[in-house]
Every structure is written in C-alpha cells, then in structure tokens.
Design a protein around this ligand. Structure first.
Ligand code: GDP
Length: 191
C-alpha cells in the first residue's frame, strides 16, 4: 500500500489567512502549466484524482493544501507560464507565495519540468524564490517521451545547470519511472 494513501484535500487558500496552521512539515509542488505536475502529484501520492489533471489556463490561482499524514502536508501551486491572470490577482499573488515561503513548515519544493523542454527561466526564478534552508528537487517529467539516451543526457544537463542548488531525477507518471525515488525524497523531507 502506498505510504501516502491516507492523503486528503485540506483547503484552497486565496490569502495567507486561509493557510493551515504553520506547524509540522510541508512540501510544495510547482511547475509550468502542462508540465505534468498534477499527474506527478497523483502518481506519487497514489491518488488518481487528488490534483485535477485538466484545468483552464488563467483560472483563479489558489494554493491547494493536502494532508498526507498528521501535520504532514503537500502544497500544490498553480501552474505558471500563462500571462492571463486577472489584474487584481497579480497584486495579491506575490504576497501569497511570499507568505508560503516564510512558513517554518515549508521544507522544500518539488519542481516539475517537462523533460523535453528542460529548465525555463520561470523555473529558474522559482529556484531563486526558495529560502536557503529550503531544498529543491526537480522531476524531469514525461521521460517516457524521450529515448533512454536522450533522457540520460537531459538528466546530466539539468544536473549541471542546477549546480548543487537542487537535485534532479527522471520521472514518468505514465510509465511509473522514478515514482519510488520521488516518494523517498518526499517522505524524507516530510520527516
Ligand atoms: P499540469 O498542468 O502540470 O498539472 O500537467 P498535467 O498533469 O495535467 O499533464 C499535462 C499533460 O501531459 C496531460 O495531457 C497529461 O496526460 C500529460 N502527461 C502528464 N504526465 C505524463 C507522462 O508521464 N507521460 C506522458 N507521455 N504524458 C504525460
């Protein structure tokens, strides 16, 4: 049985006041829209429908908190890469993610990057967003779409570009590649 099978949705937060109490440990999931974040999250947690895998770009940006175990949470950040967010939201968004980063519970960030695309500037921006004490683990997603040799090359290039700022691994929600490794990292961070 998957160790996260007790996972349940906690709350969607549009403002820091709606965040769960800052106790325990949590890990955030982020990535460009369509990078495969929802699929990765569902595969790692072992719940098909936990994070929605199809969504309209520009939908209201909320932070979705899930509880994996008592005082152990996962925070799903909205996908980035579409510039269609409403103006009012553009003002409130920085405060929302700054408040997330400031949480003592936030152990680190899983960054989902399409392995065919590699790290984008927006991905690099998130690497700079985390506090020094927070770790980053990059999932090079949809690796089933690459040949074995191309996948190895992408992993090597990404690891080189990350220069110790983050760890990286190949991942495929479709084929199950790397799910065990991702679960190990997540469990270790959650403590
Ligand atoms: P999100 O926008 O980052 O949450 O991405 P989704 O999880 O919704 O996936 C975006 C698209 O990529 C969907 O069409 C998925 O079916 C597809 N996808 C996600 N993961 C994989 C994977 O491991 N392999 C392949 N081939 N396609 C995937």
């Amino acid at each position: 049985m998957n160790r996260f099978s007790a996972a349940r949705f906690l709350v969607s937060a549009a403002a820091p006041a709606q965040f769960p109490a800052d106790v325990g440990h949590e890990v955030a999931f982020a990535g460009r829209s369509n990078a495969g974040k929802s699929s990765a999250l569902n595969a790692i947690v072992g719940h098909r429908g936990l994070a929605r895998t199809s969504k309209a770009p520009g939908r209201t940006r909320l932070l979705n908190f899930f509880e994996l175990a008592p005082l152990r949470r996962l925070v799903d950040l909205p996908g980035y890469g579409y510039a269609s967010a409403p103006q009012a939201e553009k003002r409130t968004w920085p405060a929302l993610i700054d408040a997330l980063r400031a949480r003592a519970s936030l152990q680190g960030l899983f960054l989902i990057v399409d392995s065919r695309r590699g790290l984008t500037d927006a991905d690099e921006g998130l690497l700079e967003w985390v506090s020094p004490a927070q770790r980053v683990h990059v999932l090079l997603s949809k690796s089933d779409k690459l040949s074995r040799s191309a996948a190895v090359l992408v992993l090597r290039e990404s690891t080189g570009r990350l220069t110790g700022r983050a760890t990286a691994q190949l991942f495929s929600a479709l084929k199950g590649t790397g799910i065990g490794d991702a679960q190990e990292t997540l469990a270790a961070w959650l403590g």
